[in-house]
Design a protein around this ligand. Structure first.
Ligand code: F3S
Length: 396
């Protein structure tokens, strides 16, 4: 790879062992993927934050890096942690787990990382500009940044995102390059999509059908950002999709050539099939909304649907701390709590130790949660729209 003078000095060890290690990792990645240079990044987003995911080896590595002086050079945010950093006791999280989780957050803070603990950094003041290069790790945020915002990032691992944050650059390959951002398959959407759960199901279907493709959607005119957030998360969960275009909706859709591409259709039959595939035969003892983390508009919708009702089963609404604060300011958190629900920040059902809290069957409106809860949290899952979840939990 072509290196500048400063990068050569770093590799020669002149800027200390941590920078050298981090840059070597990025050079190796670049060599594997055929990059011939680095590009400067505007921001990084690091995954692998929950103690449940990285355990003691991850905690030790992060503390070691922080102690050796690793410091990020660009604005860097964090994926959700394994606990609500303020209300973990109320959720019944074991003390030992919480203590180690706090040490992980401290290590990141020491490195200069902002402890946002969310998978929607673009909703809490870290919204990339069109064409900016990034090194983001959270798959649902990667697909949103690439597709909806027109920024440029590969699906980084937690470590490669951190290395890029510390070095301020990332290897120039994959979705950083124009030639890899072209649509590879056309998806004609015929099914009526009523809410984010339906968009998630569409994404899940497309991720299964073309896991490494760049889909171009026809028929999504008028889709909201929240619906596109669910769509991308679904595709990134069942496949490795990191970029899509939607006709007259996303910023790079206008320059796509779609003639001659493979075409697939998504009709009412496919929607029904995916909903069934994501649903087990069980009675939910918990419902979780907010995967990816809920936006203010989604919290507002839940509060409105709960007005004058009482929940008969626990409801978790997972979101970013900054969004929760704003929702509190508007009285939305209080409205959800009055009905018996909880608004949980900094974490989510998938990365929290849900299996240790006594739940076995969870209702979700997210294809990503439906994909991961069985394996990572020993949950059976019922896939529902937000409206259906509220009706189920309030006994309508
Ligand atoms: Fe976010 Fe957790 Fe879902 S990190 S995308 S809420 S699995």
């Amino acid at each position: 790879m072509e290196l500048d003078r400063e990068q050569e000095r770093i590799l020669a060890g002149e800027r200390g062992p941590v920078l050298e290690r981090m840059l070597r990792l990025l050079v190796r990645l670049g060599e594997i993927y055929g990059a011939d240079r680095f590009v400067p990044i505007a921001s990084a987003q690091v995954s692998g934050v929950s103690y449940k995911s990285i355990g003691d080896p991850g905690l030790e590595l992060l503390e070691d890096l922080a102690a050796q002086g690793a410091r990020v050079r660009v604005p860097t945010t964090l994926n959700p942690a394994g606990i609500d950093l303020e209300a973990w006791r109320e959720l019944g999280i074991p003390e030992e787990f919480a203590r180690k989780q706090m040490r992980i957050i401290e290590a990141f803070k020491q490195m200069g990382v902002q402890p946002t603990a969310t998978c929607v950094p673009y909703l809490v003041g870290h919204r990339p500009g069109f064409g900016e290069h990034l090194a983001w790790a959270e798959s649902s945020a990667v697909v949103f940044a690439n597709s909806v915002l027109g920024a440029r990032t590969n699906r980084e691992s937690g470590l490669s995102a951190l290395a890029a944050a510390v070095c301020g650059v990332t290897p120039d390959y994959g979705y950083h390059r124009e030639e890899n951002r072209k649509a590879t398959v056309v998806v004609r959407v015929e099914a009526p999509l009523r809410d984010a759960a339906d968009f998630g199901a569409l994404g899940y279907y497309v991720g299964q059908r073309c896991p490494n493709g760049v889909p171009y959607f026809e028929g999504l005119g008028g889709a909201s950002e929240d619906q596109l957030k669910a769509l991308g998360a679904g595709m990134a969960a069942s496949g490795a999709v990191a970029l899509f275009h939607a006709e007259r909706v996303t910023p790079e859709s206008g320059k796509q050539e779609t003639a001659g591409l493979e075409r697939i259709e998504f009709g009412a039959g496919e929607l029904k099939k995916i909903r069934e595939e994501l649903t087990s035969d069980c009675e939910p003892d918990l419902a979780v909304i907010g995967c990816p983390h809920a936006s203010l508009a989604e919290i507002e919708e839940i509060a409105r649907r709960l007005e004058g009702k009482r929940l008969r089963k626990p409801l978790w609404v997972c979101t970013a701390r900054a969004i929760k604060r704003e929702a509190e300011r508007r009285g939305l958190v209080q409205a959800i709590e009055r009905a018996g629900g909880r608004v949980i920040a900094d974490t989510c059902a998938v990365v929290a130790p849900l299996e240790a809290l006594g739940f076995g069957c969870t209702a979700v409106n997210s294809a990503k949660a439906a994909r991961y809860l069985p394996g990572l949290c020993k949950q059976r899952v019922v896939y529902m729209r937000t409206e259906e979840i509220i009706d189920l939990l309030t006994g309508v």
